[in-house]
Design a protein around this ligand. Structure first.
Ligand code: FAD
Length: 504
């Protein structure tokens, strides 16, 4: 007998326990249930989605986490593996323009998928930029193709696996010796264009000064595969995956926090819940990040934990500000960036000095440009997200420091064109790294999992397949291939594959 995703009867009736219903856990559950495995998902919160979260208040509907998606083909694969068609559950709507970029000197220009409009937009910055930009996008595509062949397709967890599984030619085509920022500077002459292209690293919450240059594949991800919003709001993704899993008979348990993973003879035996009850399982898949899972759920292993911390520490956290305003700000597109006057200083303070930046680059989202249902007519629904350091022993600021940052952020936006923003806010909701940590238990309140850093990990994340326990797997932003919705879904599918193909 074959499961809807093409699995064989081998392994049916054996149970996988998934800890966490973030997108990594939900994708793993789809792959496993689609291949006929019994699956129980234990989620500490009262709904699925993890950081893909929703706040409905005062007539506004705020997507608390992601506001756009890339690589729709990976979303399609998740549904296919569950024996379903994504279009029957979710409709993706293109976001155009892709980004609007605001600079302190008053310059505003858009990134857009339309080639003719791109030329017009680049001309707003200055003459002679079209050709270097076109060459940069060619370079970005070469990087994407190489990373896709050497890393995504092989599901490699480290350089040795990559060398064994990928053609050497593709491995060597990856620009891995210099930093993303150095490669951008070499190829693009204009400072605003450099800042814009270097900030693509925001998709994985890292620093262009520390990320390997092959991360310049990110513009290609956006230009080749498009930038998308989901009809009905981003949370529709969590609802759709929950529906599919229910149809497949997966047991979804909410308000169900896992307190321990009991182990014996190098194997995980299942999970122990906070109330002391125990669920036996043949495989355990942790969507809790690797560092907290090793610290809190597994037997103490200080050496391995130190190694995880050293190599796969957290990406940035964020101050997540949601404003519901009583007027519209027509200058905003769906997706905007308000750039720091000195973006390299922003990167250094967040990722090297562990300090809240004085003048951060801001990610600003106004989803009603694509979906008017997210706020009352005549108003705006605005998310503002400066990246800031995750919490650590050395960096643990009080509420006041975050409130000061919020003031600086609103000053910056008012200065850069959104006059009266503060006064127009009828709804305000703010989350600091402490709220992110409390809600999702991510390392230091990280929002993208593990950092991408040329010196610490050459862009690899922690392994999906536990090197410590035979039937334990990890999914989500802390493991390969890393953070952001498509990558996290891919980690879930690949961990599912590892289980389906294993005899353990
Ligand atoms: C403000 C913000 C904006 C973002 N913007 C974008 C964007 O525009 N596009 C994009 O692609 N990505 C974006 N991201 C990143 C994206 O949300 C994440 O990469 C992705 O959703 C993370 O999924 P995950 O499976 O790794 O983890 P999570 O979503 O963190 O899921 C982990 C789940 O495990 C549960 N859990 C943890 N420990 C336990 C336990 N012991 N027992 C039971 N349950 C447990 C948690 O409650 C949580 O539900 C954004 C994130 C944030 C916060």
């Amino acid at each position: 007998m074959r499961g809807p995703g093409g699995g064989t009867a081998d392994g049916e009736n054996r149970r996988a326990i998934v800890i966490g219903a973030g997108l990594g856990g939900l994708a793993a559950a789809c792959a496993l249930a689609g291949a006929g495995r019994r699956v129980t998902v234990c989620e500490k919160n009262d709904r699925p989605g993890g950081k893909l979260n929703l706040l409905e208040t005062g007539g506004f509907s705020f997507d608390m986490g992601p506001s756009i998606l890339t690589l729709p083909k990976i979303f399609d694969e998740v549904f296919r593996r569950a024996g379903r068609t994504r279009r029957d559950y979710l409709k993706f709507v293109p976001v155009i323009p892709h980004w609007r970029n605001f600079f302190e000197d008053g310059t505003v220009f858009d990134l857009t998928p339309d080639p003719k409009e791109t030329v017009r937009q680049l001309d707003r910055l200055g003459p002679g930029l079209t050709e270097p930009f076109r060459r940069f996008l060619d370079y970005s595509k070469r990087q994407y193709d190489a990373v896709n062949a050497a890393y995504f397709e092989t599901a490699a967890d480290n350089a040795f696996q990559m060398l064994r599984r990928a053609p050497l030619r593709q491995i060597l085509r990856q620009d891995f010796l210099r930093t993303m920022d150095a490669a951008v500077r070499r190829r693009l002459p204009h400072p605003h264009l450099r800042d814009t292209m270097a900030f693509f690293i925001k998709y994985v919450g890292s620093s262009a000064l520390r990320a390997p240059a092959f991360m310049n594949m990110l513009p290609n991800v956006q230009y080749e595969f498009g930038l998308w919003y989901v009809e009905g709001g981003m949370y529709a993704i969590a609802r759709a995956l929950e529906k599919v899993l229910k149809e497949l008979g997966v047991e979804l348990r909410y308000g169900c926090r896992v307190a321990k993973i009991p182990v014996r003879g190098g194997r995980a035996e299942g999970v122990i819940l906070e109330d002391g009850s125990r669920i036996e399982g043949d495989w355990v898949v942790s969507n809790m990040e690797t560092i907290p899972a090793h610290r809190e759920l597994l037997p103490p292993d200080p050496r391995y934990l130190r190694r995880l911390n050293r190599k796969f520490g957290p990406a940035c956290s964020g101050l997540v500000i949601h404003l519901g305003t009583d007027r519209v700000y027509p200058q905003l597109a769906h997706h905007n960036f308000f750039f720091s006057a000195d973006q390299r200083e922003h990167f250094r303070s967040v990722f090297e000095e562990g300090r809240i930046p004085d003048d951060p680059t801001l990610y600003v989202v106004a989803p009603s440009r694509t979906d008017p249902s997210v706020c009352p007519e005549g108003s705006d629904n605005i998310k503002i997200l400066p990246h800031i350091p995750p919490l650590s022993e050395e960096h643990n600021p009080g509420e006041e420091a975050y409130l000061e940052l919020k003031d600086r952020v609103l000053d910056k936006m008012e200065r850069m064109g959104l006059a009266g923003l503060r006064k127009s806010a009828v709804v305000e909701h703010v989350w600091t790294p402490k709220d992110i940590l409390a809600n999702y238990l991510s390392t230091g309140g990280s929002i993208y999992g593990a950092v991408t850093d040329i010196r610490k990990n050459s862009g690899f994340k922690a392994p999906k397949v536990s090197p410590r326990y035979r039937n334990l797997y990890f999914v989500g932003g802390s493991v390969n291939p890393g953070g952001g919705m498509p990558m996290v879904l891919m980690s879930g599918l690949r961990a599912g594959d590892a289980i389906i193909n294993s005899r353990r």
